[in-house]
Structures are given as C-alpha cells and as structure tokens.
Write a protein that binds this ligand. Structure first.
Ligand SMILES: Cc1cc2nc3c(=O)[nH]c(=O)nc-3n(C[C@H](O)[C@H](O)[C@H](O)COP(=O)(O)OP(=O)(O)OC[C@H]3O[C@@H](n4cnc5c(N)ncnc54)[C@H](O)[C@@H]3O)c2cc1C
Length: 442
C-alpha cells in the first residue's frame, strides 16, 4: 500500500489506541493526532482520586506523555490544536494561534463526550464546574480545598465518585439528584443500600430539580424546585453527550446522537472512522446499536479502528456495558441491564436478589447484595451488586454476558473458592439457583 496520511481528531483513549495500532502495523505511514488540550492519553476516570488526594501529581492522570508517543511510537502529535473544519481529504486546525490546513487519506473521529449542561440561570457563574475533561481536575481540587460548603448536582457514577472525594476532604456536602434514588441506572434494591451509606456522610436530596445558581460574582447558592443551598463550589455531573459538532457535518449520526458506525468502526463515509465516546456501537446483551461511553470500550474501539484503518480486518463485537464504582467502603457494580432497563427493552424478566456474605463465615468483612436479571428463557440480561467483593462478581458476570450465557451457565461456572474472598456457594451461584425456581428448572 502507498504512503498514507492519517488524521486522528482527539488524543484520548480511543485516539491514541488507534494511532499506536496504525504505527505498529504501518510504521511507514504518517499518523497525525490533533488534540485541543495539552495532554494526550489522559484518563478522566482518575479525577475523583486526584481531588480526594489519593495521588498528588495531576500529570499522573496521563498514561504516557506527548514525548513518549512522538519518540517511542513515531506519532506526529499536535497538542493545543483544535480541528475546526473537515472537508474531502483535508482539515483546518487552529494551532499556536494560526489556522493551518492538513491533508488526510483516512480520518478518525475520537472526539469523546462532554458534560451535559443544565441550561438554567447562573450556570456560567465562577465556581460552577462541569466535570468535562482532565483540565477541570485542578480547578475542582483547588476550589474544593478552600471551600466550606460544596453542592454536587447529579448522582450518576461520576456524581457519586465526586461525592466520595469531596466528603473525604471533610467539607459540608449536599448532593442533589432529580431522580428518586442515587445511581438511577441501577434497580431500587441496590440503590437503597448506597442511599443509606451516602446519608451517613452527606446531605442527600432526592427528587429535586435544580432551577438556578445564584451569586454576585461567583456562585453562592443552588436553587431547586424545593429549597435552596448555600455553597462556595457547585459541581455539576448530570451526564454526558457525544461530542459530534464536527462529525455531524460530515457523517451520519445514529439514534443515540453519537456517530453511526459499522462493525469495522467505519462511518457512513468510506475512509472515515469513529471510536470511543463520540461513536455509537453495539450492545451485546440487547443486540441493538447503543452508545456505551466507557473507557474499556473506548480503548478497544480505538484498537479495532486502527487495525481496519491500517488495511487489515477486525470486527468490534460491541460491549456489555459493565461498570464498577464505589462510595467509601461500599463497592458497586453493574454489567448488562438492570430489571427496569430490561423491561423497557421489552423483555419478560425474572430476577433474584440475594444478600449474603461474600467470604467464609469466619471472616467478618461484610455483606454483598446481588441481583441477577434473566429473560423467561433463562438468558442472562444483567447483574448488579453492592457491598463487599463486588468487583470479582462483576468481572465473572461480564464474561458470561459477553458469551450470551444463561442461568445454568451462571450456576455451573466453577468460580474459584478461597475463604477470605469467596464461598463454595458463591453469591452469583446462589442467585442462579434462586432463578431456577422462578424458571421452573429442577
Ligand atoms: C470523572 C470521570 C470518571 C470516569 N470514570 C470511568 C471509569 O471508572 N470507568 C470507565 O470505564 N469510564 C470512566 N469514565 C469515562 C471514560 O473516561 C471515557 O469513556 C473515556 O475517556 C473516553 O475516551 P475517548 O478517547 O473516547 O474520549 P476522551 O478521553 O474524552 O478524548 C477525546 C479527546 O478529543 C479532544 N477533542 C475533542 N474535540 C476536538 C477537536 N475539535 N480538535 C482536537 N481535539 C479535540 C478532547 O480534548 C479530548 O482529549 C469517566 C469519565 C469521567 C469524566
């Protein structure tokens, strides 16, 4: 194949994975990455841990620095460079204050997602921060350290992790959530356990809608439909939206609003690919297109896009949407669908909720609450858990969901037994056995 110019827009997980793969497979090609911040290969997942002081140096949020990619991998990285416009075979970027034009033969959108706005009065006030990208991490940390009262709007996993971080700093903290429970993607039984743990550490306000932020020069109050809360800092984490401002002028978007891709991660235009949080992909459980904006799919989508862009063939199978999070000592995780999500998808469901120890009885390290959801034919649809030993169970469940396993598979998988961390009858196996009864199985 002749010498090829590759342009990658976005130097996060997806963009750098793709760039690295292409350079491995086609070392002679020119691979340019355009990144609007000063950082590449950054991991926003670490922001809450930086804020709470688990580690000190902000730069540790980046897996590798720019020079590593330039010298070790031969990638032509352009930081502080924003791509403004794309046309057939070329793009315009603003770099060091000047507009420049670059040519491309193959292009990848890896522009990620951005924090949703509330679109209420006062949200542009100083001291109202959206958890958008790693650049916000330093601002949040600095402001949080000198604030007395902090309000977090939203209790999805990012809101919960930020609440964990701020509560560890000993601040007076209020969390406001519009839904009736924290982590609204989880079922009520699981969220109830998190709720009672959060209420021990902070003021949790559920079923309240933020209608404005008030203050003279900077934020002083968050106003809701029920009350008002004084604050020196307001952190807004109410979800994300795919960053498709550039792409929507060039390629088709899917139903989710993210860029439509096929299994090679090619968009509606030949030679243009999309990967990571800006792209719509496939949900292995529902077998439908879905927008799964998480870090492990972003890295793998980047890898697959890179392989295909380099002229080899690799299909991306999709993802099961698995996640892990925590609030102080409580681990929380989910793989696949919760019960209410499965019903919304049109499944006729059965479910089992078990509370048991996750280790042998002579270890005193708490309980795990675990819920398994299946369809009426026994196909596994999702697993959620909260408590101790959650990570291992979600890992196991994710692998089974990936292989489209059923309740019998969950029962017969010989999860390893070791008294400090598991049981001969593992919580996953106990839940599977409960489902046998509901499915009429012996
Ligand atoms: C606080 C927080 C915690 C998280 N925790 C987890 C977790 O525990 N587990 C998990 O799986 N996921 C987590 N995520 C999600 C995860 O970080 C994302 O799924 C992942 O970063 C997506 O990678 P990406 O490469 O698609 O996008 P990004 O990492 O967002 O990279 C996109 C890049 O594109 C650049 N860009 C955009 N437009 C342009 C342009 N026009 N020109 C040049 N550059 C541009 C941006 O500056 C950015 O660097 C978390 C996210 C946040 C915010």
């Amino acid at each position: 194949m002749r010498y090829v110019d590759v342009a990658i827009i976005g130097g996060g997980a997806a963009g750098m994975s793709a760039a690295s793969r292409i350079k491995v497979l086609r070392p002679e090609w020119n691979v340019r990455v355009f990144e609007k911040t000063n950082f590449v290969s950054h991991a926003p997942c670490g922001i809450p841990f930086y804020v709470s002081g688990f580690f000190e140096h902000f730069e540790d949020l980046c897996t590798y620095d720019v020079n590593y990619f330039r010298t070790e991998r031969g990638i032509d990285v352009h930081v502080n460079t924003t791509v403004l416009e794309i046309s057939e075979g070329s793009l315009v970027a603003i770099e060091e204050g000047r507009e420049r034009v670059y040519e491309w033969d193959k292009l990848l959108f890896a522009t990620g997602a951005r924090a949703k706005r509330l679109n209420v009065e006062g949200e542009n006030l100083e001291g109202v921060l959206f958890i958008d990208d790693i650049l916000v991490a330093e601002k949040v940390k600095k402001l949080a350290l000198k604030s007395e009262k902090v309000v977090i709007v939203g209790s999805g996993y990012i809101g919960v992790e930020m609440a964990d971080a701020i509560s560890r700093l000993g601040k007076k903290l209020t969390v406001i959530e519009i839904a009736e429970r924290p982590l609204p993607e989880y079922d009520a039984e699981i969220a109830a356990i998190l709720k009672s743990e959060m209420e021990k550490k902070l003021d949790l306000r559920l079923s309240e809608r933020v209608v404005a932020f008030e203050g003279r020069e900077r934020v002083e109050k968050v106003i809701t439909d029920k009350s008002e809360y004084d604050c020196d800092l307001a952190i807004v984490a109410v979800g994300v939206t795919p960053n498709v401002d550039l792409a929507k002028r060039v390629v088709k978007l899917g139903k989710s609003g993210a860029i439509k891709t096929n299994s090679k991660l090619e968009t509606s235009k030949e030679g243009i690919y999309a990967a990571g949080d800006c792209a719509e992909t496939f949900n292995i459980v529902t077998e439908k297109p879905d927008w799964i904006h998480l870090a492990t799919p972003a890295n793998k989508m980047g890898y697959v896009a890179g392989v295909n862009m380099a002229g080899y063939e690799l299909d991306y199978p999709g993802a099961v949407k698995c996640q892990l999070t925590s609030f102080h000592d409580l681990e929380i995780g989910k793989a696949g669908l919760s019960e209410f999500e499965a019903i919304k998808e049109g499944y006729k469901v059965v479910s089992a909720f078990v509370t048991t120890k996750s280790s042998a009885k002579y270890f005193h390290d708490g309980l795990i609450h675990l819920k398994v959801v299946a369809d009426r034919n026994g196909k596994l649809l999702g697993i959620q858990a909260v408590g101790r030993g959650v990570g291992m169970r979600i890992y196991g469940a994710t692998a089974l969901l990936y292989k489209k396993a059923n309740v019998r598979d969950l029962f017969f998988t010989d999860f390893p037994y070791y008294p400090p961390v598991s049981r001969v009858w593992d919580p996953l196996v106990v839940a599977a056995r409960n489902l046998f009864r509901k499915l009429g199985l012996p």
